[in-house]
Design a protein around this ligand. Structure first.
Ligand code: H2P
Length: 831
């Protein structure tokens, strides 16, 4: 070890790190109040206390982060990089305290300073740089990578505006407002890296040299600057990095225009560079065709690869060893441009011959597909690519011609070749990103067993024939038990720890340990404690709703929850039609009959893409139905309905532990995995759902008698759709109860019925998502849920069994799978 210059003894003491006893913590917090915030201690509010506590916790993170990064540099292990356009991180402080093992001490410390930790935590704004499952999955994977001491970095974009804030207008519609999440002042969780910048080129021209090389020049250059977010592992010093790029103009001003007196234009050029990372696209399944989105994708992949390449080159290894040190996971097709970009670097900058470059590239990348919905498969118009990224378009055509060799393997099969082509014919031609991602990657995976099977047999079938099955595998998604058990449900985590006589770390690091709870399923004292925790979580949610929306909730009713992005395939419409059906049925009953029904509160939350008309109408119907149902004196004690606005990670943390039953009711074969299903079950909520995505694997683990399945199976869907198209039976005949619901809506029972016609018509005509096919069995399933809930002891047993069997769904398992079967990386940690 070499010591810095100066007195070694002085350095040794100074480098000892931070003390984490309570007095040192209070001292550090107060120091930050006085110095970093320049505030007086006597008039400190909760926001100030949050900021100071965050800065104090951040000091600990930074030290661990430094040690970890230094360790990686010295040891030079193979690393994996997770490229994701979305990281839905939520809040950080609580999670950092948990992972550092400092929660109790900070609780005590801030208490001594006259604050309540819960109130302080509430001050933090969510980092909402994602739309839904895909972005939240990325966040869980970062937590698991750090917790398992794996050398994994995330790369993404630092959007100035995260997913929009959702408001509900007077007529019940969704309104969107921007989410300027950084406007709280400095973001304590990120480190701006003024010294880590790269220039990224757009437009210009690419001139072919001899052979396959080219020179790309001209056009516009934009600067990417790094912001690093520390990702602490749980119960370890290992702290990984999430590097997010911000776009900046190359020069603050275009001096030439400025001098010429054209101030406006000068500012404009700086605006256009900044626009690249200004906003997250608020779409979860379709965002292509938009030039700015393509710019985002290239800006991010180019900066990330330049950074990865620089780190690799510092190792001093020959370029041919690149894949021995670097694995890159492509989270969906969004980062697919990394494939031609790495080709460009190898060929044009590193002088690697084309075939060798392709060999290296296809040994570096791995590709995860997250959906088989045909409308969600990214395509970019060739003319747009040609103008924005002329060199990449050349490379894509080169790959395309190489790929023409496919033809030789299947002589004469023109259709197959057309399907496998990188270029889709038409006006204009389009580049198919999924095909490019597939042929440029070493392995392709789906996110749950059924989904991976559908990937192999539908969208990637021809590629399976060509490459063989071994390139196509499955990694079922997972969730981090740190956030989704201990952090969101501390009471349950404590009970589990006491019951199993294990420290929390034991099961938070090895979720299979929850199986130990099975021994206690029949223990009445344990059942009682289990039920009491659910009850207090329901009260916590009710308190939240009362303080934020001013609504009073019956906490003795069953809580039924559906939370996710609004999409026709996720079938929130099925749920709301079911609620209305329940309401109409209750209205038909006599007061005596009503006394026997199971009281229920139904919660919805989720955002709709701003341009997704049908999804927005669904929200409007839910909100307006809620207004009528909740104010009906005959039924309001037995049925309540709430749409909670502005769904977020933080709101999910309150909703999930409070749920008795949750709904995962996509048309079979459409939901790739789903991850909230895992979160609910981990927290002892039961599941009503279709035989789809990860629901299937959850049922395999917990036993089919502990889930409520309904609806048609995947193989039936295609035929049913065909029948709806060509042999349609009127809904009155096909499904009278649903027809009645639609008619009541049309007739204006929940406000002007004509507003909802376009939504109702999606069901009456074609019914692509097969509501009329599944409605009867759905209602039956809900009936079974009601009956099961009446036998409370039996219900609690189901709840315990469900939670106990969630081991498989830890993201630690999923990340180990990627680390071993894909990336070939190993755990390594600083001393
Ligand atoms: C998507 C899929 C989910 C999947 C998730 C993570 C795109 O999320 O639809 O089924 O669980 O990725 O793999 P979402 O629908 O929430 O946007």
């Amino acid at each position: 070890e070499k010591w810095p210059k100066g007195d070694e003894k002085v350095w040794r003491t100074a480098l000892r790190g931070l003390d984490t006893d309570v007095p040192s913590i209070t001292k550090s917090v107060v120091n930050h109040v006085q110095t970093s915030l320049a505030r007086q201690a006597y008039n400190l509010d909760n926001l100030g206390a949050y900021q100071a506590a965050a800065l104090s916790v951040r000091d600990n993170l930074i030290l661990n982060w430094n040690d970890t990064q230094m360790h990686y540099t010295r040891k030079a292990p193979k690393r994996a990089y997770y490229l994701s356009l979305e990281f839905l991180m939520g809040r950080t402080l609580d999670n950092a305290l948990l992972n550092l093992g400092l929660k109790d001490k900070y609780q005590e410390g801030v208490h001594q300073l006259g604050f309540n930790l819960e109130d302080i935590l509430e001050q933090e704004r969510d980092a909402a740089l994602g739309n839904g499952g895909l972005g939240r999955l990325a966040a869980c994977y970062l937590d698991s990578s750090a917790s398992q001491e794996l050398p994994v970095w995330g790369y993404g974009l630092r959007y100035k505006y995260g997913i929009f804030q959702q408001l509900i207008g007077p007529d019940g519609s969704q309104l969107e407002a921007p989410d300027p999440w950084l406007q709280q002042g400095d973001n304590p969780w990120e480190l701006p890296r003024l010294d880590v910048t790269y220039e990224v080129r757009f437009y210009g021209h690419a001139e072919r040299l001899d052979g396959m090389k080219a020179i790309w020049s001209g056009g516009q250059e934009v600067v990417a600057m790094a912001y690093d977010t520390m990702i602490p592992g749980y119960d370890t010093k290992s702290t990984n990095n999430l590097r997010l790029w911000e776009s900046k103009p190359k020069r603050g001003f275009d001096l030439q225009s400025f001098n010429a007196g054209d101030y406006e234009r000068a500012v404009e050029s700086s605006n256009s560079a900044e626009a690249i990372t200004s906003v997250l696209y608020p779409n979860d399944h379709t965002t292509f065709g938009k030039e700015l989105r393509l710019k985002q994708q290239y800006f991010w992949t180019a900066a990330s690869l330049a950074d990865i390449m620089r780190r690799f080159k510092n190792l001093g290894k020959p370029i041919t060893e690149f894949p021995d040190y670097v694995a890159i996971q492509l989270n969906d097709t969004h980062p697919t441009l990394a494939i031609p970009e790495l080709m460009r670097i190898f060929i044009d900058e590193e002088d690697v011959p084309w075939d060798a470059a392709w060999q290296l590239v296809t040994n570096t990348f791995f590709f995860t597909n997250h959906t088989v919905l045909p409308e969600a498969l990214e395509k970019w118009p060739v003319p747009l690519m040609q103008s924005l990224l002329p060199r990449h378009m050349q490379i894509i055509f080169d790959i395309h011609y190489l790929h023409v060799a496919v033809e030789k393997k299947f002589p004469g099969d023109r259709d197959k070749f057309a399907r496998m082509s990188l270029i889709e014919e038409g006006y204009p031609q389009q580049v198919r990103m999924a095909n490019l991602a597939c042929i440029g990657s070493r392995k392709v995976n789906g996110v749950a067993e059924l989904h991976s099977e559908l990937v192999r047999t539908t969208i990637m079938k021809d590629f399976v024939d060509y490459y063989g099955i071994s390139k196509f595998a499955n990694v079922t998604n997972g969730i981090t038990p740190r956030r989704w058990l201990d952090q969101c449900n501390p009471g349950l985590s404590k009970l589990i720890s006491e019951t199993l006589k294990l420290p929390k770390a034991a099961f938070l690091k090895d979720l299979f340990k929850l199986e130990g709870l099975l021994k206690f399923v029949d223990d009445p004292i344990f059942q009682k404690k289990w039920a009491a925790i659910k009850q207090s979580n329901k009260e916590r949610l009710a308190h939240y709703v009362e303080t934020t929306l001013g609504l009073k909730i019956n906490t003795h009713a069953m809580f039924d929850v559906q939370i996710k992005r609004l999409h026709e395939y996720k079938r929130q419409t099925l749920n709301i039609m079911g609620v209305i059906h329940r309401y109409l049925t209750l209205k038909d009953m006599t007061p005596e009959q009503r006394k026997t029904v199971n009281p229920k509160v139904v919660f919805f939350a989720g955002k709709a893409a701003p341009g997704y008309y049908i999804a927005k109408l669904t929200i409007r119907l839910i909100v307006n139905a809620a207004r009528i149902i909740n104010s009906d004196p005959e039924t309001k004690d037995i049925l309540q309905l709430y749409f909670l606005p502005d769904y977020s990670v933080s709101l999910a943390e309150v909703l999930i532990p409070a749920s008795d039953i949750s709904q995962h009711i996509s048309t079979a074969g459409t939901e790739a995995s789903g991850t909230s299903n895992m979160k609910f079950c981990l927290n002892g909520g039961l599941l009503v759902g279709t035989v789809d995505g990860a629901n299937i694997e959850i049922a395999e683990e917990v036993g089919e008698n502990n889930v409520f399945f309904f609806g048609h199976l995947t193989p039936a869907v295609e035929d049913l759709r065909y029948q709806h198209m060509y042999h349609a039976v009127p809904i009155e005949q096909k499904c009278p109860p649903l027809a009645r619901v639609l008619n009541e809506v049309s007739a204006g029972r929940f406000g002007d019925g004509s507003v909802y016609e376009p939504l109702l018509n999606t069901i009456r005509q074609h019914d692509y998502y097969l509501l009329t096919e599944d409605f009867d069995s759905y209602i039956q399933a809900l009936q079974l849920v009601d009956e099961a809930y009446q036998d409370r002891t039996e219900w609690i047993k189901k709840s315990i069994r469900t939670s106990a069997k969630m081991g498989k769904f830890s993201s630690d398992r999923a990340i180990q799978d990627y680390a071993q079967e894909y990336w070939n990386i190993e755990s390594t940690k600083p001393e």
